[in-house]
Ligand binder design. Structure first.
Ligand SMILES: *Cc1c(COP(=O)(O)O)cnc(C)c1O
Length: 405
């Protein structure tokens, strides 16, 4: 009689699991393997008791790291000028884990009014519900930050440049204010735009020559590090050991992990990051210069443009810029006309995110974008420059301008 599944004499089921596989020690190739695990085997109980995932000296459980994720974290630490990196399933979750780790009931946090919008929403809903209020400051006016630095402030977020409108703040001045007036506060920067390439947020030079640096950065790896528009991931980076451990324990207790295939996709994309970033930077500047000459556009928001807010700060602190620019259209055009302009573009696709190969366009209402008041009267169109030929992108925009009249 043929053996049935579960019969004691059927060795096949056991044999296909307990095979004599030995992990390759001398196998080197350009890309790290995709190591998948929930369970990680320990050779004996002494090893189970001795291993630590917190200092990343050993493997304990898939959620706490694999050779693939540890390698990605180490390479991102280099990119971010940091020592420690944690991976999260999205850029937004890397932001929220920082808030949840560092703030408790009765603490307060400060956000720039031009912060990445979903960050504001998390503060308004979840953090407020947990008894953690937030206050908004104008990142272009250090006095507005100074006025909010009370003893209950435990976390101050920075973003450079601001979301959509790309104002570049005086980062060392803002950091120095927090250090002087709220030394108890952790300073965190959303470094997605700079991507580790435009400036080093851990070592900025103040006007007085003093080095000012943030305590931690988050990075939406979804954007430039992925570069494909196909992976969602985020990172948290810092230099201080105690801060890292605090964040790592919260991260672990929240059960945040990333998929091995996604981590490997990031590892494949990372070597070309500087080339892509600088190419998209150069293309965006050519398009910004062209757009500034169009009669339909009253201003081009891009930190390298001299009339863009904070241009002087960008020029002092940055060696590059991301491939983002925002066109402020003349207020004589209605929102519907600008929607039609965006709908009519052929190469620029309509969609969120940035850093991928395909150029994107999204309109925003300049007047309702900010809580503390907006200097933008007309409709804004944010452009994310992809990897297409610049002349083709300019021709697409020029045809759209002609249709707009
Ligand atoms: C996209 C983005 C995020 C969030 O990243 P996701 O991976 O989409 O969650 C956070 N901050 C900035 C500045 C971003 O552009």
């Amino acid at each position: 009689m043929a053996s049935q599944p579960g019969d004691g004499d059927d060795k096949t089921a056991t044999g296909i699991i307990h095979h004599p596989y030995v992990a390759p020690a001398d196998f080197e190739s350009p890309v790290v393997g995709v190591h998948k695990a929930s369970t990680v085997f320990f050779p004996n109980m002494a090893a189970l008791r001795a291993r630590s995932w917190v200092d990343k000296s050993a493997y304990t459980y898939g959620l706490h790291g694999t050779p693939t994720t540890f390698t990605l974290e180490a390479r991102l630490a280099t990119l971010e000028h940091a020592k420690h990196v944690l991976l999260a399933p999205s850029g937004l979750s890397s932001l929220t884990v920082v808030n949840m780790s560092l703030l408790k009931h009765g603490d307060a946090m400060l956000l720039p009014d031009n912060v990445y919008f979903p960050s504001k929403e998390f503060a308004r809903h979840e953090m407020a519900g947990w008894g953690v209020p937030h206050r908004l400051y104008d990142a272009m006016n250090p006095a507005s930050l100074a006025a909010l630095l009370t003893p209950d402030v435990k976390l101050v977020w920075l973003e450079a440049p601001g979301s959509v409108t790309l104002e570049f703040p005086n980062l060392p001045a803002l950091i120095a204010l927090v250090r002087q007036q709220a030394p108890q506060a952790v300073i965190a920067l959303d470094n997605t735009w700079g991507a580790g390439l435009a400036f080093n947020p851990f070592e900025l030079q103040g006007a007085d020559g003093c080095v000012q640096g943030v305590d931690l950065t988050i990075h939406a790896l979804t954007k430039y590090p992925s570069g494909g528009g196909d992976v969602l991931m985020g990172s948290i980076a810092c230099r201080d050991q105690a801060l890292y451990e605090k964040l790592a324990w919260t991260h672990s207790r929240l059960g945040l992990g990333v998929g091995a295939n996604d981590a490997e996709t990031l590892l494949r994309a990372l070597p070309s990051l500087p080339l892509r970033y600088h190419a998209q930077d150069a293309a965006a500047r050519r398009i910004a210069t062209w757009a500034a000459q169009q009669s339909q556009v009253v201003r081009v928001l891009h930190p390298a443009m001299v009339d863009s807010p904070g241009h002087a700060h960008w020029a002092v602190h940055c060696s590059a810029a991301a491939g983002l620019l925002t066109l402020e259209f003349d207020a004589r055009y209605s929102a519907a006309q600008i929607d039609a302009f965006v709908d009519g573009l052929k190469l620029f696709r309509i969609g969120w995110s940035w850093g991928g190969p395909v150029s994107l366009a999204v309109p925003y209402n300049g007047q309702t974008l900010r809580k503390l008041g907006s200097p933008y009267q007309g409709t804004l169109v944010r452009l994310c420059i992809g990897l297409e030929a610049v002349e083709d992108l300019i021709a697409d925009l020029a045809a759209g301008m002609a249709r707009l009249g």
